[in-house]
Structure formats: structure tokens, C-alpha cells
Design a protein around this ligand. Structure first.
Ligand code: 4NP
Length: 160
């Protein structure tokens, strides 16, 4: 199972989901996910590390995002990843337009696919205060736990 998290800039929401999900998947279901990555639909921040506010709130809960660098979604991603999980509807639309028609089903909303109880989009925290970044982290943790459980139920554990 290979999963790509996608937002606009790849410096706030998708790196948070990337860093949180890889730790939770490794801990709760080793072998389930063979590759985790993140990317942006825009190219504004290509090559940059995650936003310092993203790194700070993640580090307080033990997630290290320091190895991540922003990149833009590219066409091979639709072949390479089994699931491309968008943070909001604008990015979902952008991805579905880029996706080959046969692979559009791989593009889903992160919170919806994970079965979040109330929200379907992760709000963009970029122009707001720290509370927005904490909300992104809370949503990433809750949705990642649910997503790991869902994938496990689907029986996608590797034989080893
Ligand atoms: P992200 O947040 O999509 O969660 O990485 C944003 C980052 C940068 C910008 C907008 C949103 N920007 O306009 O530069």
C-alpha cells in the first residue's frame, strides 16, 4: 500500500499528515504501508522544509518532520500511489483533473476516506494563528488512526 498526502503548498497540511501517518502506521501496523509521501498541487514552496509553525506543533507531540521537503504533484504519482489523499475539495478537484480517468478512484478526501466523524476537509492554516496548526495536527492524528484501522480491516497487510 502506497499513500500520497496532498495539499496546496506541501508545507503545512500534507507534511503533517505524512509525518503523523508514517509514525502511526509504523507503530500500529508494521508492514501495512510500504511508502508514504506528500506533495502540493502548487509549486510555490518546492524544495522548502515544512513551515516552522507546522514543525513546532508536530515536534511538541513527538513527530519529526525535519527530513521533509516540498514538491509538486507529478503525473507518475497517479501510477505510483494506490491512494492520493487530498486535504480539501479544491485540491481534490485539482488532482482529479490531473489524474488519468482510469485512476481517478485513487484520489479521495483524506478525512472522508478515513471516516472522520464530523469534518470532510482539513482547513488551510497558512494565514491564521497557531490554533489552526494545532487543529491540523489533531485532525491528522485522528484520521491517521482511523485510516490505519480501515486499511487493516481491508486485509491489506503484507504476508511478512
Ligand atoms: P498547505 O498550506 O497547502 O497546507 O501547505 C499553504 C501553504 C502555502 C500557501 C497556502 C497554503 N501559500 O499561499 O503560499
Amino acid at each position: 500500500m502506497r499513500i500520497l498526502f496532498v495539499c496546496l503548498g506541501n508545507i503545512c497540511r500534507s507534511p503533517t499528515a505524512h509525518g503523523v501517518f508514517r509514525d502511526i502506521a509504523r507503530r500500529e501496523a508494521p508492514g501495512l504501508v510500504t511508502e508514504v509521501d506528500s506533495a502540493g498541487t502548487a509549486d510555490y514552496h518546492v524544495g522548502e522544509p515544512p513551515d516552522p509553525r507546522t514543525c513546532r506543533v508536530a515536534a511538541r507531540r513527538g513527530y519529526d518532520l525535519s527530513d521533509l521537503r516540498a514538491r509538486q504533484v507529478e503525473s507518475p504519482d497517479f501510477e505510483r500511489f494506490d491512494l492520493l489523499l487530498a486535504m480539501d475539495r479544491a485540491n481534490l478537484q485539482a488532482l482529479r483533473q490531473l489524474a488519468p480517468p482510469t485512476h481517478r478512484g485513487r484520489v479521495q478526501l483524506f478525512l472522508e476516506y478515513a471516516g472522520h466523524a464530523t469534518l470532510s476537509e482539513v482547513p488551510d492554516p497558512y494565514y491564521g494563528d497557531e490554533a489552526g496548526f494545532i487543529q491540523v495536527l489533531d485532525l491528522a492524528e485522528e484520521a491517521s488512526r482511523r485510516l490505519v484501522a480501515r486499511l487493516r480491516d481491508q486485509g491489506r497487510l503484507r504476508a511478512d
